[in-house]
Design a protein around this ligand. Structure first.
Ligand code: FNR
Length: 392
């Protein structure tokens, strides 16, 4: 008998789906990303869907992210033994089952009532790291409570209130988060046409502020607690959320308040990567925030190779913005990323099926990754390189 599991998670997932089909069952959620998004558009509140699906300005960057993936073509290699694959990867001293992380996505409470707790359960079940956003709908400790020993990182928006920032980091550390991801590309909120058209910003409704409203330092800065005077609490948040005046020196300050590894997210220029390295970061996430910040920005995938070259293996380089399928992951790995983050696909899974929906979307992605990797002639996620890619 040929061996299947666990050497072939892709075949396992295929078999599960096809066998269910013999009983007349179709997959509970659309397999194709485009169908998933279409169904989410039907089922979600229009303003919530617009918030998730939209990008900056005319959404040129969102389109460019996908065009960049299409421009690279895989060149599969033949007659290599690919019977067993190993998708695992070592990141920040921990072995992960696959080079896939759940990107920090704020305000998941507008997507599903269980919000981040449902995502945390799915991530835990799969052993994939969940990056909890600063602007989450569920607090740091509650998400940690769901995750047990499973890997989790905390994403930080370094704001205008250093004591609140320090308090958030202390809480993340105490709750077992293993790294801090400092997002650099959101010093201001971009001009987002869909949200403007709906005249909708979730934070002003108090959504996505769980970490602030439960924070002792934030609460101490208020005259009345958020439960009594939510408007004043939202106003304080709006005043401290971001600080466009921050410069690279902020990274040194953050280092003083946390022992956790510090990664930066949202870099696109190799000189910024060099700056980040000079300031001692432990990792870099190349990202254009899923096209949500600068309209007409370089596709994140096009920014990846120059950053990888500048970093020269000194710290891990991760990638996000536009990952939709297994082939996208293989291309990002081949261009030098150690791992990728996925955003909107799992959010639509959450919208349509809660924790099961997130799990289903991620299992499909991992299966597709496994099969595509094998079909390209690779048996491990460190193998893809420029030799299996052509531009055209
Ligand atoms: C985000 N992203 C994000 N990033 C971050 O560092 N902190 C955050 O709070 C958020 N919030 C957020 C909300 C929504 C609705 C989306 C879609 C995205 C960006 C996210 O981490 C990631 O960079 C992109 O989502 C990746 O692109 P794709 O996979 O969505 O194309």
């Amino acid at each position: 008998m040929p061996e299947t599991s666990p050497a072939s998670p892709g075949m396992e997932r295929q078999l599960q789906i096809y066998l269910a089909g013999m009983q007349g069952q179709k997959p509970p959620l659309p397999v194709a990303f485009e169908e998933l998004e279409r169904l989410a558009a039907e089922r979600m509140k229009p303003e919530a869907f617009a918030y998730v699906a939209g990008g900056a300005g005319g959404e040129e960057t969102m389109r460019a992210n996908r065009v960049a993936f299409r421009r690279w073509r895989l060149v599969p290699r033949m007659l290599r033994d690919v019977a067993r694959r190993d998708l695992s990867v070592e990141l920040l001293g921990r072995r992960l089952p696959a080079p896939v992380l759940l990107a920090p996505v704020g305000v998941l409470g507008i997507v599903h009532e269980e919000g981040e707790l449902a995502v945390a359960r799915a991530a835990r079940d799969l052993g994939l790291p969940f990056l909890l956003s600063t602007v989450a709908s569920k607090p740091i400790e509650a998400v940690a409570g769901v995750m047990g020993e499973a890997p989790r990182w905390f994403q930080l928006y370094p704001g205008r209130h250093p004591e609140v920032t320090a308090s958030l980091l202390r809480r993340a550390e105490a709750a077992g988060y293993e790294a801090v991801v400092v997002t650099l590309d959101t010093r201001l909120l971009a001009w987002r046409e869909r949200d403007l058209q709906h005249a909708y910003l979730p934070f002003l409704h108090g959504d996505g502020l769980a970490n602030y409203f439960t924070d002792p330092v934030f609460r101490a800065a208020l005259e009345a607690p958020p439960e009594e005077d939510p408007v004043a609490a939202v106003r304080l948040f709006a005043g401290i959320f971001s600080d466009p005046a921050l410069t690279w020196g902020e990274l040194a300050r953050l280092r003083e308040v946390t022992r956790l590894p510090v990664l930066v997210k949202g870099l696109l220029h190799p000189d910024d990567a060099r700056q980040a390295l000079d300031h001692g970061v432990d990792g870099i996430i190349v990202s254009n925030h899923g096209g949500r910040q600068v309209d007409g920005a370089v596709a994140a995938l096009d920014a990846l190779p120059p950053v990888v070259e500048a970093v020269r293996g000194r710290v891990p380089v991760l990638f996000d913005s536009g990952i939709r399928r297994g082939a996208d992951v293989v291309k990002a790995l081949a261009l030098g990323a150690q791992a990728v983050l996925v955003g909107r696909p799992y959010v639509y899974g959450l919208a349509l099926g809660g924790a099961d929906g997130v799990r289903g979307v991620l299992l499909n992605l991992l299966a597709d990754l496994d099969l595509t990797l094998a079909l390209c002639g690779c048996t491990s996620v460190t193998e893809p390189g420029p030799d299996i890619l052509v531009e055209g």
